[in-house]
Design a protein around this ligand. Sequence first.
Ligand code: ASP
Length: 333
Amino acid sequence: MKRRKFLKNASLSGIGLALGKSLTSCAETTPSDSVISTLEVASLPLVIATWDVKNATAKAWEVLQNGGSALDAVEQGCRVEEANEKGQSVGKGGLPDRDGNVTLDACIMNQNGDCGSVVFLQNITHAVSVARKVMEDTPHVMLAGSGAEKFALQKGFKKENLLTEDSKKSWEAWKVKSEYSPIINIENHDTIGMLVIDKGGNLSGACTTSGLAYKLNGRVGDSPIIGSGLFVDNEIGAAVATGLGEEVVKTVGSFLVVELMRQGKSPQEACEIAIRRIVDKPNSNYKNFQVGYIAINKQGQTGSFSIHQWFSMTKFQQGKNETIQSEYFNKDA
Ligand code: ASP
């Protein structure tokens, strides 16, 4: 029943696939045909991001309009949410772990397949920019914890207390019961993941988060793990994840979405199949957590899909910045 329902959803949203104004779909193709190569390119550039983050996508768009690269755009876009103290799951003001520490995870990837990442970073608001420095200024991909912080300080980043009064209050309220339950709020979780394709058709992506609220000290999610939280392949497309990171890591979700596109699936189909990979597991507990993917292919087709309702994707294209509710799997709620 579960599976039938999903397949129905999948085919409906396949029919409703948003193709962009100048994009025309190819006629009859089989999965083995190269669907991508027979499609025209949608209007570029194009910015997409997880959740309703119009200020962030507007910033990325502005960077592109001013001649910045796709990489500059994703970094600057993500920084908007990192600096937004009201957003309690990214950057400054992020909810802490159960011991009261705000710890950030972020990564970034460019059109050449280069990438950088920071995990368990403390006291630095702009984790995405530290990740970019790791990519550009070191021979490494990932720096963690105090090493990442030391590196950031050496690079001139400012040391700041990331635990705002509001987040401290929320943590103190949580401590009254201290129920450790790593379950993601279905309606409201907002790691920001952003994907950009520039007017030349080159892709970059980034992802930044404070991870699960009240997590165990030391916990790292999917967001800084290349292939899980984010993957970019400039020949094919890019994908980024949000939601319960453990479930994304177990299926190497973003890489899976990109590989499905390589096999000829549209971004929408690829996101749906990757979600199905999670919910179809034996003993899947999917009713209790959320995972969402957004994806873009080389031609500027986009897709987004989640387990539960209320996930959304913000898209900036042809001067229009809009948040679109995603199709989702669990219609039983
Ligand atoms: N994926 C993030 C994590 O598990 C959480 C989120 O999407 O907000 O750390």
